[in-house]
Structure formats: structure tokens, C-alpha cells
Design a protein around this ligand. Structure first.
Ligand code: GLC
Length: 467
């Protein structure tokens, strides 16, 4: 194994010397994966593009590393490429790249399966908020282009829809999991990011509006939706052993507005694996709420972000970390972290993924292990530690211990060429179709190091604005 300094140096040099893309003399973001030879990427592969979601860790790292000008350039590209007319007005790109001297955006019209990355649009305002918090660059926030982009975004997510719920409904595969995996409707990750985006946008409008009286209705609408969304997530998505036991005893087939089992869920739908997975002290936000068929799968990123964004109360965060610690065998295995649990198998896999060979049970999005997810847990836990009023010392020691274990496993990544993902069940094998030198893998390692080893003075960097 390389010594730690060499390892950190090589990860930094991959980022600064290889991954960052320069356009008109300025760095504007990082490619999804660094190719060893220019010809590695065929025309049908887009890992040479600047993906907004893959750049989230990159932008966080650059802010921490004092390179905020690159973050501003990246945000300016996203804003410049935001759709400003037509039925998708307000959407930010999934990814972009330079072609013949011009920046060209993909909103999903060129992606495999034609998926639009809803998460990318939600991340842009959150990143803009983080940029402002780190730099206090009020002048940038006040620019008319920035303010209009934020309002276009709000007009998109706040527009009327059929149901009075506060969630954002999306098609299958509209976020990091960008292939069919039965994650349509109101999947957790999108709702959590929507919450972050609404709060960030409201705060940025308040900071930068040239005419706050005129913009106040935007701010109020965003804040109210965020508030309702949080209440909804805590009421319908949050599960513990207690809530499940209650749900098993509820009557079904009720009609009216004062009933307990609003989504008409039958006890048979509640999977047996939940019993040990939750134990007596665990809790988490489940994957999706739907009539009759809730999705009980555990999704790592949505849950870590819900802790980080303060959707979960302090006590719920403790239950979540407890759950992750007690299920470390599945979640960490040989390589942290499993993206979701349990995988879809058998006929469910066939029907719900469309026989997707990349998403075979335990592989890729369907329960594969993604090193890039580790830092989200590390930073969420560090934030919790720095803010909690009452820390459980046993939980603290146990969580710290598991995170250290994750960190040492990440140090083996250079031997695995900083692979994109690992296949389950335990994550020992490099993902069958994994890219090498994946940017969010090596940047995720740098961020995990920052959170766990560097005395992390700035773990609040991803905190949302105060209410
Ligand atoms: C894959 C992942 C997606 C990521 C992209 C680029 O499509 O599923 O989440 O953004 O690769 O790395």
C-alpha cells in the first residue's frame, strides 16, 4: 500500500492535472472519469463529459481547498446552459462538454434511455448556496442572471400538479440511479434534494434580490413547500421497529380523511428482512411511498443527505447511524458503501429493471458498492457530532470505528485504479462494467480523509440556511 501522503498527492494530482476541464482559459468542472488514453471513450460513452452530479464532491472539495473561482465558473456554465424556454424551462443540464469551441449540454436527450437527471437541477441551487457561504460573494448572487435562473428553477418545481402532496414526482432513474430500478414516483433522494434546493433558493433570493418586496412571494412559496415536504417525509417515510409494528396492525380499505392507513398498505407487503435490519434502535427514511406498494429499500445517499440537511431530527440521526453501524456487514462489506439494500432479485429484477444486465442483483445500482458514497456518511456523522446536544458515547465510538474501517478500505483504491463501483454481495470484486479513475471515487477519498483525518474545521460546509 502506498503511504498516505503519496496517496493523497496522487488523488489531488488526478483531480487538478487530469480531471479538470478548461474552457476559454478557465477550469469549469471535472470529467466523470479520467481516461488513460484520449481514445478510451467511444462516442457512445459519455464519461468524458462534465456531469453535474459527479461534480458535487468536486465542488465541495474545491471550496474546501480554496479554489472557489472554479466553483463559480462551474455554476456559471450550469446557469448559462439552463433551459430558458419551452416545456422544460428551468431545467439545468445533466452534463455538458465542449464541442467545436462551444459548450453543449445534455438534458437527457442524448443519455442512455433518455433519462433527465432531475437531481442535477436540484443540486445547482444547493451548490450555489454553499459557494455563497464559503465566499460571501454577494455580488455574484445578486447578478440578474443568477437571480433569474433561481426564479426559473422555482417556477419549474413549484408549478401546479395533480396531487396536493409536497413531493416531486419523477420517472424511473432520474437521479444517481439513472437506469430503471423501480425508483419512479417520489423516490427519497429526489425529495431530500428538493428540500435542500428549495431552502437554498429561498435564501439566495433573499440575499441577492434587487427588489425583495416583489420577490417575496417566491421566497414564501419555496419555504412553505420545504416545510410541508419535511413534515411529509417524517410522517410517511420514516420507519422504526415501532412504526412498522403499528403499521402491521392498521385496518385496510378505509376511505375518508381521518384514517391511519392512508396509502392502503397491507401487512403482507412489509418484508421480513426489516425485522433484523431495523433491530430495536435503528431508523431510516424508506425509499418511496406509493399507494399499496411502499418501497422499503434502504438508499444510502438519500438517508445521509437527510441527516446532513437536518430533515431528520437529532434523535433520528442517531437512529440512522445506529442502523448503518448495525448493518455494516451489508452496507460496508469489503468496500464502502452499498448504494441500496436489498437488491431486486428474480422475477422482480427481470420485470422492474427490464432484464438489465448491468443491474443484476448485487451489481451496480442494484445493491453494488460505491466508494464515492462514503464521504456523505462521514460528513453527516461529523456534522451530527459537532451539533448534537446529547451524544450517545457508545454510538459515537461504534460509528467512528466503522468509518475508520471504511477509510482504510478506501486506501486500497489505487490498486483498483480508483474504480467507479464494486459488485456485491460484499463488494470485493471490481464492478463488472466499472470505469477506472472515476473522478468522484478519488475526490470522495480526499473528502473522506478531510472529514476523518484532517481535523475538519469546516464540516458544516453542506449545512442548509437557517430557517
Ligand atoms: C453512471 C451513473 C451516474 C453517473 C454517471 C457518470 O451513469 O449511474 O450516476 O453520474 O455514470 O459517472
Amino acid at each position: 500500500m502506498q503511504n498516505l501522503d503519496t496517496l493523497l498527492q496522487s488523488a489531488r494530482s488526478l483531480l487538478y492535472d487530469r480531471a479538470l476541464v478548461s474552457y476559454q482559459g478557465r477550469s469549469i468542472g471535472a470529467v466523470a472519469a479520467v481516461s488513460k488514453q484520449a481514445s478510451q471513450f467511444h462516442d457512445d460513452l459519455n464519461y468524458g463529459e462534465i456531469f453535474v452530479r459527479d461534480n458535487v464532491p468536486v465542488m465541495v472539495y474545491l471550496l474546501l481547498d480554496g479554489r472557489s473561482e472554479i466553483v463559480r465558473h462551474f455554476l456559471e456554465c450550469c446557469i448559462g446552459l439552463q433551459a430558458s424556454v419551452g416545456p422544460s424551462c428551468g431545467v439545468f443540464p445533466n452534463s455538458f462538454c465542449e464541442q467545436q469551441g462551444q459548450l453543449v449540454a445534455d438534458y437527457g436527450q442524448r443519455a442512455i434511455g433518455r433519462v433527465c437527471a432531475f437531481d442535477a437541477s436540484l443540486w445547482v441551487p444547493i451548490l450555489a448556496w454553499m459557494y455563497e457561504q464559503q465566499t460571501r460573494d454577494r455580488t455574484w448572487v445578486s447578478q440578474p442572471e443568477v437571480q433569474s435562473a433561481l426564479k426559473r428553477f422555482l417556477a419549474l418545481v413549484l408549478r401546479p400538479h395533480f396531487r396536493p402532496t409536497p413531493v416531486l414526482e419523477v420517472p424511473d432513474g432520474a437521479f444517481m440511479i439513472d437506469r430503471p430500478l423501480d425508483v419512479w414516483g417520489s423516490p427519497l433522494e429526489i425529495q431530500v434534494l428538493l428540500y435542500g434546493a428549495l431552502r437554498s433558493t429561498a435564501a439566495l433570493l433573499q440575499l441577492g434580490s434587487a427588489d425583495l418586496a416583489a420577490d417575496e412571494s417566491w421566497v414564501i412559496a419555496a419555504q412553505e413547500r420545504a416545510k410541508r415536504l419535511r413534515q411529509y417525509l417524517l410522517k410517511y417515510y420514516w420507519i422504526t421497529s415501532r412504526t412498522i409494528q403499528k403499521a402491521r396492525q392498521q385496518p385496510t380499505e378505509q376511505y375518508g380523511d381521518r384514517i391511519a392507513n392512508e396509502y392502503n398498505v397491507y401487512p403482507e407487503v412489509i418484508p421480513a428482512w426489516l425485522q433484523d435490519w431495523l433491530g430495536d434502535r435503528g431508523g431510516y427514511l424508506m425509499g418511496n411511498v406509493r399507494t399499496g406498494r411502499p418501497d422499503f429499500r434502504f438508499f444510502t445517499l438519500g438517508n445521509c443527505l437527510a441527516a446532513l440537511f437536518g430533515i431528520l431530527t437529532e434523535q433520528q440521526q442517531a437512529h440512522l447511524f445506529q442502523l448503518m453501524v448495525q448493518n455494516q456487514q451489508e452496507l460496508v462489506g469489503q468496500m464502502p458503501l452499498r448504494i441500496c439494500h436489498p437488491p431486486l432479485t428474480g422475477a422482480e429484477w427481470q420485470i422492474l429493471t427490464g432484464f438489465d444486465p448491468k443491474n443484476r442483483p448485487g451489481c451496480y445500482h442494484n445493491g453494488g458498492h460505491w466508494p464515492c458514497l462514503t464521504w456523505f456518511w462521514a460528513i453527516a456523522f461529523r456534522c451530527y457530532q459537532s451539533q448534537a446536544k446529547a451524544l450517545d458515547p457508545d454510538l459515537e465510538v461504534a460509528c467512528q470505528h466503522v468509518l475508520q474501517n471504511c477509510y482504510s478500505r478506501l486506501q486500497l483504491l489505487p490498486q483498483q485504479k480508483w474504480a467507479e463501483y464494486f459488485d456485491g454481495p460484499s463488494g470485493r470484486w471490481v464492478g463488472q462494467q466499472s470505469r477506472n479513475y472515476q473522478t468522484w471515487t478519488f475526490v470522495g477519498f480526499l473528502l473522506t480523509h478531510y472529514c476523518l483525518e484532517a481535523n475538519a474545521p469546516n464540516v458544516q460546509i453542506m449545512r442548509l440556511p437557517e430557517n
